[in-house]
Write a protein that binds this ligand. Structure first.
Ligand code: NAD
Length: 468
C-alpha cells in the first residue's frame, strides 16, 4: 500500500507520573471547558482519522489481517461518524437542564443540572477493534470537556502507534496524550489519580481495574465480554439465521465481544439450519476463507494457540471447517455440534471464529441453559416468532440484544452500548458517551430577598406546623 507506519514504542515507566500530572493540570486550567475548544479538537480528530485512513487500514491489516472494508466499517468510518454525531448535538447536551415538575417556590431558586466534565480520565483500549475501542470512548471524553490519557492495546501495536501519531499531530498535546505499553506501563498508569477510568477488555483485568479504582473511589466504566447465546426456535427462518449469524462470527475472524458464543437450536430445525450454514459458507467464501481477501487473522500466536486448544479439546463433532495454519495465524470459521455445557468450546468465551451449535428440545430448555452458562451476557440473539423472541428478551438478561440478527444493535451509533452484571457496567456511544464522562451537577441559587419566606425552616420549630 506504500504507507510508512510510525514505530510502536513503550512509554518509559519513569515518564508516566509527569505525563499524567500535565494532563491533570490542563484539566484544572479549565482550558477544555468552552464548547468551541471541544468542537475544534473533535474536528481535528476527525481530520486526523480522515487524513490517515490509509495508515489505519494498513495498521489493522498488519495487526489483525483486517480487510479494508471492515476497517472502514468498524474503525475509521465508525469513529468519524460518531464524531459528526457528537459535534451536531454537543451544544444541546451541554446545555443546563432545569428541574422538572417543581413547586412555584422552588422555581425561585432556579434549580438546574449543569453538565460538568468529570476531569482527567484514563481510557484503556482492547486489541480487537483497536481504533474504535480507543478513539470511541475518547470522543465522549473530549466532548464532555475532560482531558484524556489513552492507553491503547499493545496487542495491536501498529494501530496503537498510528493513534499516538494522530494525537500528537492533530490534538492539543497538553490535554490529550497516548501512553503506550503492556502490563507494567498500565500498572504504573493506574497508580496515578484519575477522575474516571474507562476500560475495555477481559473480565479478569476488569476486576483488577475495578479493585484498583475502588482504593481511591474512582468511578469506572467496564466494557467486558461474556458468553453470548443465539437461540433459534423451530419457527425461525433457517436461511436468515444462518446468513446473519455467520456474518456475526466471521467479521474480524470472530474477535468480537458481542458476537454469539454458542447457538442453541431447536432439534426440529437443526438439519435445515446446518444445511443453510454450509451454503452460506460457500457463498461468502467460494474459494475458502483462507484464500479470501475478506477474512482476517487471529491477532497473535498466543491467542491462536488458545483457540486451537479449545478446538483440540472439544468432545463435539466438527460439521464445517476446522482447518488452521499457525504460520499465518489462520483459523477457519468452524461449526461444531456439542451436547455438553462443560465442553471446552463453552467453558470460556472463544473470542474467535468457533461456532458451537447446541441442540435443544424447546425454547424453555434453551433459555434455562443460556442462563445457566452465563446469566448476564453482553448480547443475546433470538430468532423465531414474536412471542418466542419476546420471551427470550424477558427471561434472559443481557447488555443488549438483536432480535433476528447477530449483534446489529451494537452498530447503531445513537444507541448506548454496554454490558450488565459480569459483562460490564456503564455504557457509551451517542449521547451516552457524553454522559459517561459528565457529572450531572445539581445547582440552586437562593435570592437574598427570600429570607422571609425561608424563615419557616429555622428553629425553634414549635408552632410552625399543626402536627409537629
Ligand atoms: P487486550 O489484550 O487488548 O487487553 C485489554 C487492555 O487491558 C490492554 O490495553 C492491556 O494492556 C490491558 N491490560 C492487560 N493486562 C492488564 C493488567 N494486568 N492490568 C492492567 N491492564 C491490563 O484485550 P483482551 O482483554 O484480551 O480483550 C478480549 C476481551 O475483551 C474479551 O473478553 C472481549 O469480549 C472483551 N471485549 C469487550 C468489549 C466491549 O465493548 N464490551 C470490546 C472488546 C473486547
Amino acid at each position: 500500500m506504500g504507507v510508512t507506519l510510525p514505530p510502536f514504542e513503550h512509554t518509559s515507566s519513569g515518564a508516566i507520573p509527569d505525563i499524567c500530572s500535565k494532563i491533570r493540570k490542563s484539566y484544572l486550567s479549565h482550558k477544555t471547558r468552552p464548547i468551541e475548544f471541544r468542537l475544534q479538537q473533535l474536528r481535528k480528530l476527525y481530520w486526523g482519522l480522515k487524513d490517515n485512513e490509509d495508515a489505519i487500514t494498513e495498521a489493522c491489516r498488519l495487526d489483525l489481517g483486517k480487510p479494508s472494508f471492515e476497517t472502514y466499517l468498524t474503525e475509521t468510518g465508525w469513529c468519524m461518524n460518531d464524531i459528526v454525531f457528537v459535534c451536531q448535538n454537543l451544544e444541546k447536551w451541554m446545555a443546563d437542564e432545569s428541574a422538572p415538575d417543581i413547586a412555584l417556590t422552588n422555581k425561585l431558586l432556579f434549580p438546574k443540572i449543569r453538565k460538568d466534565p468529570l476531569g482527567a480520565v484514563l481510557v484503556i483500549g482492547a486489541y480487537n477493534f483497536p481504533i474504535q475501542l480507543s478513539i470511541g470512548p475518547a470522543i465522549g471524553a473530549i466532548a464532555a470537556g475532560c482531558t484524556v490519557v489513552l492507553k491503547p492495546s499493545e496487542n495491536a501495536p501498529n494501530a496503537a502507534a498510528v493513534m499516538e501519531m494522530i494525537f500528537k499531530k492533530y490534538l492539543d498535546p497538553t490535554c490529550y496524550t497516548v501512553i503506550q505499553g503492556a502490563i507494567p506501563e498500565t500498572t504504573a498508569v493506574l497508580e496515578e489519580k484519575w477522575d474516571k477510568i474507562f476500560y475495555t477488555g477481559n473480565h479478569i483485568v476488569g476486576t483488577i481495574i475495578a479493585k484498583k479504582a475502588a482504593e481511591t473511589l474512582t468511578p469506572v466504566t467496564l466494557e467486558l465480554g461474556g458468553k453470548n447465546p443465539a437461540i433459534i426456535t423451530k419457527n425461525a427462518d433457517p436461511r436468515l439465521a444462518a446468513r446473519r449469524l455467520t456474518w456475526a462470527k466471521i467479521i474480524n475472524s470472530g474477535q468480537v465481544c458481542v458476537s454469539q458464543n454458542w447457538i442453541l437450536v431447536d432439534r426440529e430445525i437443526l438439519p435445515q439450519f446446518v444445511e443453510e450454514l454450509k451454503k452460506v459458507f460457500k457463498e461468502f467464501y467460494p474459494n475458502g476463507a483462507k484464500n479470501s481477501p475478506d477474512y482476517g487473522r487471529i491477532v497473535n500466536n498466543r491467542q491462536w494457540i488458545r483457540l486451537k486448544k479449545m478446538l483440540d479439546e472439544t468432545k463435539g463433532r466438527i460439521l464445517i471447517g476446522g482447518t488452521m495454519d499457525e504460520a499465518d495465524r489462520f483459523l477457519e470459521p468452524t461449526v461444531v455440534q456439542v451436547d455438553d455445557v462443560n465442553d471446552s468450546l463453552l467453558k470460556d468465551e472463544s473470542f474467535g471464529p468457533l461456532i458451537p451449535i447446541y441442540p435443544v428440545d424447546n425454547l424453555d430448555e434453551a433459555i434455562r441453559l443460556a442462563n445457566e452458562v452465563h446469566d448476564t451476557p453482553l448480547g443475546v440473539y433470538p430468532f423465531g416468532n414474536k412471542k418466542e423472541t419476546d420471551q427470550v428478551l424477558r427471561e434472559i438478561r443481557s447488555g443488549g440484544a438483536s432480535v433476528n440478527d447477530g449483534f446489529f444493535h451494537a452498530s447503531i451509533p445513537t444507541l448506548a452500548f454496554g454490558g450488565v452484571g459480569t459483562s460490564g457496567s456503564g455504557s457509551y456511544r451517542g449521547r451516552a458517551s457524553f454522559d459517561c464522562f459528565t457529572h450531572r451537577r445539581s445547582i440552586t441559587k437562593t435570592p437574598g430577598w427570600m429570607e422571609g419566606l425561608l424563615a419557616i425552616r429555622y428553629p425553634p420549630y414549635h408552632g410552625k406546623t399543626k402536627k409537629y
